[in-house]
Design a protein around this ligand. Structure first.
Ligand code: FES
Length: 109
């Protein structure tokens, strides 16, 4: 089960620069469209748990709406604080019009 890909959103719902919150396997996951490439990462900011999909996407960096922490959506790495811990990132597969979310690639649970 853990290795399965589950539906997240439709390709047509995500324009370049868009963020979208979805639930996959009971996890809150943010999808990001970076110049037509889709990425999936943990939606919950590791600083004080704000929703990163409510923030801004600039290139491949998402900025938390609460206190401005920045995370790389490809790797989950912190680019700027106050957050110290990375967010998890998930594999993504496109199948027809579906953006599928796969297993965690990196980062905390
Ligand atoms: S909750 Fe995200 S920066 Fe504070």
């Amino acid at each position: 089960m853990e290795n399965e890909f589950v539906p997240g959103a439709k390709v047509g719902e995500m324009a370049p620069g868009d963020l979208k919150l979805v639930e996959a396997r009971g996890q809150m996951v943010a999808l990001a469209n970076v110049d037509g490439q889709h990425y999936a990462f943990g939606d919950t900011c590791t600083h004080m748990e704000c929703s990163l999909s409510d923030g801004n996407l600039e290139g491949d960096v998402v900025e938390c709406p609460c206190h401005g922490s920045q995370f790389n959506v490809r790797t989950g790495a912190v680019e700027d604080g106050p957050a110290q811990q990375p967010v998890p990132v998930y594999a993504v597969r496109i199948q027809g019009q579906d953006i599928l979310i796969g297993p965690k690639k990196a980062g905390p649970a």
